[in-house]
Design a protein around this ligand. Sequence first.
Ligand SMILES: Cc1ncc(COP(=O)(O)O)c(C=O)c1O
Length: 390
Amino acid sequence: MSIFDIEHTVENYFVKNNPKYLKMVLGTDDVMPLWIADMDFKVASPITEALRNIVERGIYAYEDISPQVKEAMANWNLKRHGLQMNPNAFIQVNGVLTAIAVILRALTKESDGIMIQTPVYHQFYNAIKTANRTVIENPLKIENGHYAFDFEHMEQQLKSGNTKMILLCNPHNPVGRVWCHEELQKLVDLANQYNVIIVSDEVHSEIVFSKTKFNSILSLENIENHIAVLGSPAKTFGMQSIANGYIYAENKAQFEVINSLVTSMYLHQGGALSAYAILAAYTSGHAWVDELVLYLEETVNWIEDFLKTELPQVKMIRPEGTYQVWLDFSALNLNKTQLKALVFNKAKVGLALGSTFGADYELFMRMNIASPLAKIQQAFQRIKAAIDSL
Ligand SMILES: Cc1ncc(COP(=O)(O)O)c(C=O)c1O
């Protein structure tokens, strides 16, 4: 029995299970909720211990442990990904979305084009629009059974448009691609040729399955102008409501512009609870993450097998990373309303609608699999029963 096979009871205000959010997002609260991207698992015990120590100390005076946290971030990345990072090039902010919102404002101007590879995490659209920048969509294409960048379309757009930044998602939410070195080098070369900055959101970088290697944008050649928003421990450790995010910028000029915007708004002043939790995660969380990734990979294996043998009408391109699976229901020949009714009302499983990630994906849904396997199995059995009864 794994440490992740817990019985999950819901007695809190978690957004995932909150009837108000379920009604708002899915139209019904009578579902097994597997939509928003957080975990049903308890955090690694060193994190709980660190938080307990602070609570037992009973003093919450001004405190600055950010040098230790930045050191721990650099060490984590060295151990996990072989990246040599400078602790002084980290800028801490509330979360990854704050990081993106800040970078957009610091490094681009109003109405500048920001390119995203769609379908993609829906808040990318939102962050760009609310900063009064222009969304430039470069849809992913399917090549040899994989999602891939459409470099031809990308280059046309870079040539003709006003794109100033590419907001990259690596690993990619929702399709689960972990971009390989060659693909990223091509992207960097194009960005350099057209003088465009790449901002790489790598928040899912720790959830990468065994046959794939994660390549940070930092591991590439000629990246002086590019920024890695390396994310936060939130996704990795299931700390969505307590973790902070960070921006990593080695380019001095960019660092200065971003840092002065962050400090002018006092966005860097995180709380001690977050700081100690992050420190514990990055110093003592290695074994827990290793176990988590194995657990999730076994879940993906089970899903792949189940779809192949029991539910071939639902297609999935196997994810290389993230705890999301991207399910294609188009072979059912239903329209989007019928599909919603089937999954949400008949199967009573709450997934994220594909159209949230891209307009062309109405017949797709994303399932968050960071739950005990038994629950995921139950969800698929329910979907199968609903489809069988069509
Ligand atoms: C790619 C990506 N970036 C950012 C976030 C949100 O990060 P945060 O909660 O730290 O703002 C998510 C959440 O799902 C995500 O998938």
